[in-house]
Structures are given as structure tokens and as C-alpha cells.
Design a protein around this ligand. Structure first.
Ligand code: G3I
Length: 402
């Protein structure tokens, strides 16, 4: 291509596909830079014909857009950088990427004495080659079922606090030293709060160290020293849907404790695995957003930044009809993004997968009517959906970050 980079060409191509699928309509602006706006009415999303990438739309407001990605052998049908149609979506729309699984203990650390960096090394090299930033997910997924089997059965010996401290700090120091400035933000701790009763989970590692609180504090202090340049994030899936009051309360208590003890935590990662509640998404939003704003207000009042780390939508309680379902999912997404984007403390927005084809949700909770899930901005044929337009319009309507 003369005078145009491959990346720009991909952006334009993505925009042209959208143009072919789109109509037009208004968007509404929400919020100010001094704090979130009064409760906005949910904004119906209407398609536009953006030729800019989602990350360009985000950058215009001082924000960034990104996605998860996976490792695979070249050409494998995965949500991988080595799968050309998926890589094209990443390169067209993203400014920041996050490995979906490859940096977790279960994948990176096959035993107490071994690390295997083959996959994340390749993924980070790809991101670097495209000029894309990378988030690290995660340095500690604080639940027994997500720790590797060896860590749960490890012999922590006669001085378990010392051995537990060694195992955890070695892990964090090794990962942070390997990637240095290549990773600018880490989910240091993932999902430590039990939504059932707002307590903190315990693992064999945390019991050895002396309890969950000491373990999480140690993780953040170690990360601060090992990666002083990096944003340190507590990441969890408490969300705005009904039934999450306990989870939100537990996360608030944890965040308050971090501040009281001087634990170095910079931001709350709001995963944002949304679940539609009924076909009338506006009605859901009007009942959900007051509690959600109260939660976010308390988080930012403690001085935390916010990130959307894992956005997708489980299309429950919606008809199988694809057009109706996509419309409702896009409207629900837009209403949520409007609420979130009104917080000037939020600047990074990542989806948990660019296209429906590779989303974890289909395997985790298929729809009872057998219709394939449609949780992502692009469909299983890599075509943009109304959700992508919802992101573009929400960025366009967002107040600028300075
Ligand atoms: O790669 C292996 C493959 O070699 C093996 O044959 C196969 C057999 O089970 O497993 C494959 O690994 C699976 C992996 O996804 C890759 O597909 C794991 O079993 C499976 O547990 C893993 O699920 C991931 C899950 O986290 C647990 O790590 C999902 O892809 C991933 O989307 C999900 O992501 C989480 C975030 O980390 C935290 N927040 C919630 C989010 C969704 O659950």
C-alpha cells in the first residue's frame, strides 16, 4: 500500500465493513471531568459509519481500547495473534492487549521450581512488534481452584510463612523482572473475594503465609518493588447486576483495608462480564445503576483509578433472533459504558475477546435454547456487530481525559 501503513489499512477496512452494515443516529454525551454526571437515561445505540479504529476513538478522549488475545501455533482457529483474521481485528482496533490465560500460574509455572515463558514471550514480542501496550493478567489468582495443583499440595515445611513468602515473592519478582517496562499494568491479585459471603478466600499458599490479608499485601508490596513503573490493579467481577451486593461490599472492605494498611494498590479492575436481565434493557439499567454508581463513587473516593478489564455480555433473557439480540446487547453495553465513561478515573477499556467465535462464555454457560452466544464486538465471521458501534459512540460521547 502506498503512503498507508498495514495498520491504517486494516482500520479503514474495518470501517468499510461497518459502513456497509450501518445506518445513522444521534449519541448523547454524559458526565464531566470533575466527577460522574447525574444518572443518564440509557441511550439507545444507533449505528454510525466510523472509519477510525476503536482505539483511535478512545485516544481522542485520552483513553485506550484493547482486548484479550491467546497464544497458538500459526493459523490455529483460536483467538490468537497467530490467527490472521483475529490478528487483523487486534491490529485494527486495539492499543493494548492482555494475554487471556498464558500468564496465569497454571500456565506459566508448571512446578514449584520451573517457569515456562515460551507463550507469553511470543505474545509480548508480537504486541511490541505492532506497537501495542500489554497488561499482565495475573500475578496471583487468589482461589484454590485457580492455583496450580502443585501449589495447593506443596510442602511448605516447618516454617510455612518463610516458604510461602518465598514461593509468592519469587513468582512475582521473576515475572516482573522478565518483562520489565514491557508490561505497564498488572492485575496483581485477581478475584480474592468470595461473592457468597464477602469473605476472602484462603489457599494453601495463603494459609502458609499467615492468611489472605497478609498474602495480598505481600503480593502488592512485592510487585511495587519489582515493577515500580507499573500500575498495580486489584481485579474482580463484582458487577452492576442484581445479586452482587455481597460481592461489592467485600471488594469495598478489601479496598478500604489496602488504604488503611498502606498497601500499594493503584486501581480497581472492573471486569465487566455483563449479563442482560430482560429484553427491556432500559428497565434493567434504570434499576441497577444507582447502586452501581454508589459503589464506584466509594471506590474513587478512596483514590483508586478504574479500568474495564474484561468486558463481554452474556445474552441471557433475550430472544434468539440475532438482530433483536444484538440490538439489546448493544443498548445494554452502551448504557453501561456511559455510566463508566462518566468517571474520569477510567481510561483503559478492554474486552474479553474481540469476536464471538473464541469467547469463553459459550463453553462456560451455553444458552438453554441452543442459540450461539454473541458476547463480543465482532461475530464469529469477524464481522462488526452493533456492540462495536456502541463502543465507538460511547467513546465519542465520553468526556475527555486530560
Ligand atoms: O490449553 C488447554 C489445553 O491444552 C487443554 O487440552 C484443555 C483441556 O481442558 O484446556 C486448555 O486450557 C483451558 C484454557 O481456558 C484455554 O482454553 C483451561 O482448561 C480453561 O480452564 C481455561 O479457561 C479460562 C479461565 O479463565 C480459567 O483460566 C478461560 O479461557 C478464560 O477466558 C477465563 O478468564 C477469566 C479471567 O482470567 C478472570 N476473570 C474471569 C474470566 C472468565 O472466566
Amino acid at each position: 500500500m502506498s503512503g498507508i501503513s498495514r495498520r491504517e489499512g486494516l482500520m479503514i477496512a474495518a470501517g468499510m465493513v461497518l459502513t456497509a452494515c450501518a445506518g445513522s443516529g444521534p449519541s448523547s454525551a454524559t458526565g464531566t471531568m470533575t466527577g460522574p454526571s447525574p444518572t443518564p437515561a440509557p441511550t439507545p445505540t444507533s449505528p454510525t459509519s466510523p472509519t477510525a479504529s476503536l482505539n483511535s476513538a478512545a485516544r481522542a478522549r485520552g483513553m485506550r481500547f484493547g482486548s484479550t488475545y491467546a497464544w497458538s501455533t500459526p493459523g490455529a482457529d483460536r483467538g490468537s495473534f497467530a490467527n490472521p483474521p483475529y490478528a487483523a481485528l487486534l491490529e485494527a482496533d486495539c492499543g493494548i492487549l492482555v494475554p487471556e490465560n498464558e500468564m496465569k500460574w497454571q500456565f506459566l509455572r508448571p512446578s514449584a521450581t520451573a517457569f515456562d515463558f515460551t507463550r507469553p514471550d511470543a505474545m509480548i514480542a508480537y504486541a511490541e512488534s505492532k506497537g501495542l501496550a500489554v497488561r499482565g493478567h495475573n500475578l496471583l489468582w487468589h482461589q484454590p481452584k485457580w492455583m496450580p495443583a502443585w501449589a495447593e499440595s506443596h510442602d511448605y515445611g516447618p516454617n510455612p510463612a518463610i516458604e510461602g513468602d518465598r514461593v509468592l515473592t519469587e513468582h512475582i519478582r521473576t515475572v516482573c523482572a522478565r518483562y520489565g517496562a514491557k508490561i505497564g499494568s498488572y492485575d496483581v491479585v485477581n478475584e480474592a473475594v468470595n461473592p457468597a459471603d464477602a469473605s476472602l478466600y484462603e489457599t494453601a499458599l495463603s494459609r502458609a503465609i499467615g492468611g489472605a490479608t497478609a498474602t495480598l499485601d505481600l503480593a502488592f508490596h512485592t510487585a511495587r518493588t519489582a515493577a515500580p513503573h507499573a500500575q498495580l490493579v486489584y481485579n474482580d467481577y463484582m458487577s452492576w447486576e442484581p445479586g452482587n451486593a455481597n460481592h461489592r461490599a467485600g471488594v469495598l472492605r478489601l479496598l478500604e483495608g489496602f488504604r488503611t494498611r498502606g498497601t500499594p494498590v493503584d486501581a480497581l479492575g472492573v471486569q465487566s462480564h455483563l449479563i442482560t436481565q430482560r429484553a427491556d434493557t432500559a428497565a434493567s439499567v434504570s434499576t441497577q445503576q444507582a447502586d452501581w454508581r454508589r459503589f464506584l463513587d466509594q471506590v474513587v473516593a478512596m483514590g483508586y483509578k478504574l479500568l474495564i478489564t474484561e468486558f463481554d455480555v452474556r445474552d441471557n433473557n433475550l430472544p434468539a433472533d440475532i438482530a433483536a439480540r444484538d440490538r439489546a446487547v448493544a443498548d445494554y453495553s452502551r448504557a453501561y459504558l456511559d455510566v463508566m465513561f462518566a468517571y474520569p478515573q477510567l481510561s483503559d477499556v478492554l474486552v474479553w475477546g474481540m469476536c464471538d467465535r473464541y469467547s469463553w462464555i459459550e463453553g462456560f454457560e451455553p444458552r438453554s435454547d441452543g442459540a450461539k452466544r454473541r458476547p463480543c464486538p465482532y461475530d464469529s465471521d469477524f464481522k462488526p456487530k452493533p456492540m462495536r458501534t456502541a463502543f465507538a459512540e460511547a467513546f465519542a460521547a465520553a468526556p475527555a481525559r486530560t
